[in-house]
Every structure is written in structure tokens, then in C-alpha cells.
Design a protein around this ligand. Structure first.
Ligand SMILES: *[C@@H]1O[C@H](CO)[C@@H](O)[C@H](O)[C@H]1NC(C)=O
Ligand SMILES: [Zn+2]
Length: 308
């Protein structure tokens, strides 16, 4: 009987090597009895040459005058968005009516979803680092290229992710508050709730502060790590209060039993390799640019095509 049970146990833990749907972060993989695949074992394209996140070294980045400010369309909509704990982050699906253009993107990109990365401690929760500095959190807004008709889409510019560093400060960030207040309602994975009214624009730095950003070609930071992302990493961090920051690790769990706090949902840094990082203008110098960052309130993304 004992032998039989032992065999049964063996059969049960035998790793299903090719199943990358069972991926997890390092912090989860380190748990005793964990059976998920940590970052070193991620499959798909995760071992590619153009992976994300990276460390950004300003002195090695190249100023590029094509990197003009963005135009944000529909970011001012006030809506009761749905927020979900999807067992690796909290995510807000952004269905419809919001897009970005400009910033040397090859076309219009529709906002698909927003999510965050964080830790329980300071200086651990961002995925990208700038000059070796890790920030407290990082927010990603994933956009997908709008293509007309039946064009096949399988190129490295399929997605544009806007990445914002988040830094703890003394002040409450009112723009983030609807999201923060919803966290206790989505403690468990696969749960969701409706936010109080929230406007994405209110969560972003002011428009002049979004002039300065880095640009490089990379990947999604979760499996299958497709190398289809034009990355924009803004220099100016978003600031939130320490108490707001702590609400994430206080309320959210990776597992149904609420034993494993959701935190450190951060992929390790990847090699830059042959890639060049660009930046929108000289560091430290305030430039008057011919075009402001536009926050376009009206219309739909379809109509916005005339802005191009
Ligand atoms: C400017 O950046 C783009 C990427 O956004 C790149 O394709 C282009 O070669 C760069 N131009 C110069 C002069 O470096
Ligand atoms: Zn992300």
C-alpha cells in the first residue's frame, strides 16, 4: 500500500514540462510544494533575444527627435470599470474608445487593459529599472495596433505598452483611489468587482511630464513572452501614498486559500543584447517641443485617425 501511494505521488508531481500555462513568479515557485514553473522555466518565446523588462542606462540611450509626445484619445472617460484579480496581477479591461497615437508609433493603438506590478517592500516592485534603480511599483497599459480589415497581424509592432514607474510619496493620489478601494473585494484569484467611477487620465502624470520617455523593442513580460511590443517607459514616476501602496500586498492573494500574498509579481531583468534604447530628449533639460502631449476628450479612436 505504501509503495502504491508513493508511486501515485510520483506520478502526480511529474512535471508537465511543456505546459507554460502553469507559469508563476519566483516568489510562488519558491514556496514549498509549489508545482508551478518559475521564470527560469518559462517556455514559449521567453528565451528569446529581445525580451523585457530591461535596465535602462540613460547614458547609453540615444536621443531621437522622432519621439514626439503622445496623443491620448478617450482617456478622460469616467467609467465604472471592472477590476479583476487574475491570479498574477490586478487588471482592468479597457474595452473600447481609448487609443494613443504619436510618439513615433506606426499607427493608432487601442487600449486593451491596464495592470500593475508591486512588492510589499519599497524599491522592489517595478519590472523595469532606470539607472539600476527599481521603483516601488510599475503600471502597464497594453495597447494593440488598430489594423484595417483582414490584414494579417504578426509583426513586432503588434502591441504598444506604456510603462509608468510608481513611487511612494507623502501625498494621497486621488486618481488612484477608486482602484485602491476596490482591492479588498478582489482578494481571491478569479474574482472581480466594479470600480467607483474612474478616469484613466487622472492616474497619469501631467501631460508635460510625459514628454520624457524611453523607447525600445521588446516582449510581453509574461509567457509566452512574445517579442511583439514597442515599449515606452516614462521617466517621470507616478506618485502614490505609502498607505495606498501597502493596500496591494495587504489585500491581494495568489491563491484561493489566501495563504500566499500577491507581491513581487515581477519578471527578472533580461539582457538588452544588440538592442538600442532611445529617449525622447536630452536628460535633465527642459525642451519646448513644438507639439504638446494632447489629451483629446472627444470622439472615438476611429475618428481620431485624421489626427495622424
Ligand atoms: C529613432 O527611433 C526609432 C524607433 O522609435 C528608430 O527606428 C529610428 O532608427 C531612430 N532614429 C535615429 C536617428 O536614431
Ligand atoms: Zn505588466
Amino acid at each position: 500500500m505504501k509503495l502504491f501511494l508513493a508511486l501515485l505521488a510520483l506520478a502526480y508531481v511529474a512535471p508537465s514540462t511543456e505546459d507554460s500555462s502553469n507559469w508563476c513568479y519566483e516568489v510562488q515557485a519558491r514556496e514549498p510544494n509549489s508545482q508551478c514553473l518559475g521564470p527560469e522555466q518559462w517556455t514559449g518565446n521567453c528565451k528569446g533575444e529581445n525580451q523585457s523588462p530591461i535596465n535602462i542606462v540613460i547614458a547609453k540611450s540615444k536621443v531621437n527627435s522622432s519621439l514626439t509626445p503622445f496623443t491620448f484619445v478617450g482617456y478622460n472617460q469616467k467609467k465604472r470599470w471592472i477590476i479583476e484579480n487574475n491570479h498574477n496581477t490586478v487588471t482592468i479591461p479597457l474595452n473600447g474608445g481609448m487609443c494613443i497615437l504619436g510618439g513615433n508609433l506606426p499607427g493608432r493603438y487601442e487600449a486593451i487593459k491596464l495592470h500593475l506590478h508591486w512588492s510589499q517592500e519599497r524599491n522592489r516592485g517595478s519590472e523595469h529599472t532606470i539607472e539600476g534603480k527599481r521603483y516601488d511599483m510599475e503600471m502597464h497599459i497594453l495597447h494593440k495596433k488598430i489594423v484595417s480589415g483582414d490584414k494579417v497581424q504578426d509583426s513586432n509592432d503588434k502591441y504598444a505598452v506604456l510603462a509608468f514607474m510608481i513611487q511612494v510619496s507623502e501625498k494621497m493620489n486621488e486618481g488612484f483611489q477608486p482602484l485602491i478601494e476596490a482591492l479588498p473585494s478582489i482578494s481571491k484569484p478569479n474574482s472581480n468587482t466594479a470600480l467607483k467611477e474612474l478616469r484613466l487620465e487622472d492616474m497619469l502624470p501631467s501631460s508635460e511630464k510625459m514628454y520624457y520617455y524611453f523607447r525600445y523593442q521588446g516582449s510581453l513580460t509574461t509567457p509566452n513572452c512574445d517579442e511583439t511590443v514597442i515599449w515606452t517607459v516614462f521617466r517621470e514616476p507616478i506618485k502614490i501614498h505609502k498607505d495606498q501602496f501597502l493596500e496591494f500586498s495587504k489585500n491581494l492573494y495568489y491563491d484561493q486559500d489566501q495563504k500566499l500574498t500577491m507581491k513581487d509579481n515581477v519578471r527578472p531583468l533580461q539582457k538588452l543584447g544588440k538592442r538600442q534604447v532611445f529617449r525622447s530628449h536630452a536628460s535633465g533639460r527642459l525642451m519646448s517641443l513644438p507639439l504638446p502631449t494632447l489629451l483629446v476628450p472627444t470622439l472615438t479612436c476611429l475618428v481620431a485617425s485624421f489626427l495622424q
